[in-house]
Structures are given as structure tokens and as C-alpha cells.
Design a protein around this ligand. Structure first.
Ligand SMILES: CC(C)(COP(=O)(O)OP(=O)(O)OC[C@H]1O[C@@H](n2cnc3c(N)ncnc32)[C@H](O)[C@@H]1OP(=O)(O)O)[C@@H](O)C(=O)NCCC(=O)NCCS
Length: 180
């Protein structure tokens, strides 16, 4: 689907103008605190290319999030098929990354609720998952507010990170259809 609307957000396909603000976010240590590395502008642009290719291939993806009130780009909220192998793959991940100026207003949760409904009602998926490092309490809180559940037996070592890396351990949350 091209776009999803919520009370305050438009979740839409990416535009060229998103490259600058998304590049600033991906180079911001506050945004990237729980990721292994900041992204250069070139890496950030490559990730937009990957996201758009995912939309073309699967018909869904990490939608660019725009504030309806101002039209400002504030990050992404959406769905992605992880490229690594783990005990819970293949799967569809629900994920989010927003500009810190807009944190704490319930926007990630609002957008993710609409994305989860899209995943179940339109795409007919029977489950979405989400994962992060244990210390990412903000993101875990969004997962909990969505009604996702965490079974510690699902926790895993991220295969893209080497043994001993401090961010290797991840917690996995699941949301199954029908929604609670
Ligand atoms: C995770 C992220 C998208 C959340 O966006 P947001 O719009 O602020 O999220 P919401 O406002 O919907 O919910 C955030 C919740 O976390 C809570 N929270 C904020 N800081 C917290 C902290 N240090 N510890 C615990 N909870 C915290 C908020 O109080 C809120 O919960 P509440 O509604 O019960 O009060 C945003 O912080 C972000 O982009 N982080 C960087 C990128 C990232 O880590 N993405 C996730 C990768 S898995």
C-alpha cells in the first residue's frame, strides 16, 4: 500500500527530500545509541535504496513517517523482512526510528499500531516480531504498548555481530494475530 494515515501521521513511500533529514538522524549518536555504528550519509542513502527495493519486491516496507500537521519527515515506521538467519526467521519485523525532537509523544506507538493492523488485515500475516538490545528500553516500551509479548527463550545472538560484541544479545518480541 502506498500510504497509511493515522491521527497525526502519514506513513508513505520515500521521496528524494527525505535523504537529508534521514542522513542527519542516522549520524546522530542519540538516535543510534543502541546500534553498533552511526551511518555515513552514503550508508544512509543506501539504506533508503534498500527500503524502496523492499517495497517494490514485497509491496510493504519501512514507511517514511511524516507529521500530517506540518508535512515534516520524522523517520520511519514499518515492516521489513530481515536478511539474516535465526531460529525465528523467516519472519516479518515491525520497526521504527524517529527524530528525537518527536520522541515521547506516542508517535511510534500510534504509527506502529496502524502498521500492525495493516500487517494482519491487509497482508494477512499471522505474526510480526520485533527485536532490539536489552538496554533499548524506549523501543521495548513501544513493543509492550503494542501488546507484543517477550519470552526470554526467544532471545538470541545477532548473527551479524561477532562473539563478544556488547550488542550481540537481543530480545525478541512477538505479536500474533488476532490482536489482543
Ligand atoms: C524507539 C522510538 C521509536 C520511540 O519513539 P516514541 O515516539 O518516543 O515512542 P512512544 O512515545 O510511542 O513511546 C515511548 C515509551 O517509552 C517510554 N520511555 C522513554 N524513555 C524511557 C526510558 N529511558 N526507559 C523506559 N521507558 C522509556 C516513554 O515514557 C513511552 O512510554 P509511555 O507511553 O508508557 O510513557 C524512538 O525512541 C527512537 O527512534 N529511538 C532510536 C531508534 C531505535 O532505537 N529504534 C528501535 C530499534 S529496535
Amino acid at each position: 500500500m502506498a500510504a497509511i494515515e493515522t491521527e497525526r501521521l502519514l506513513l508513505r513511500r520515500w521521496r528524494n527530500e527525505d535523504s537529508e533529514p534521514f542522513g542527519r538522524m542516522n549520524g546522530d549518536p542519540v538516535v543510534m545509541e543502541h546500534f553498533p555504528a552511526l551511518l555515513s550519509k552514503a550508508e544512509s542513502d543506501r539504506s533508503i535504496d534498500w527500503i524502496e527495493a523492499h517495497f517494490e519486491r514485497h509491496g510493504f516496507g519501512l514507511w517514511a513517517a511524516e507529521l500530517r500537521a506540518t508535512g515534516a519527515f520524522i523517520g520511519f515506521i514499518g515492516l521489513a523482512i530481515p536478511r539474516f538467519e535465526a531460529p525465528f526467521t523467516p519472519c516479518v519485523e515491525i520497526g521504527w526510528r524517529l527524530d528525537p525532537a518527536n520522541w515521547g509523544r506516542g508517535l511510534a506507538t500510534e504509527g506502529a499500531q496502524a502498521v500492525a493492523r495493516h500487517a494482519f488485515d491487509v497482508l494477512k500475516l499471522d505474526e510480526v516480531v520485533s527485536f532490539t538490545i536489552p538496554a533499548n528500553l524506549r523501543s521495548r516500551r513501544v513493543m509492550e504498548k503494542l501488546g507484543m509479548t517477550h519470552d526470554p527463550r526467544d532471545d538470541f545472538n545477532h548473527p551479524n555481530l561477532p562473539p563478544g560484541h556488547p550488542m550481540r544479545r537481543h530480545v525478541l518480541y512477538r505479536l500474533k494475530y488476532p490482536l489482543p
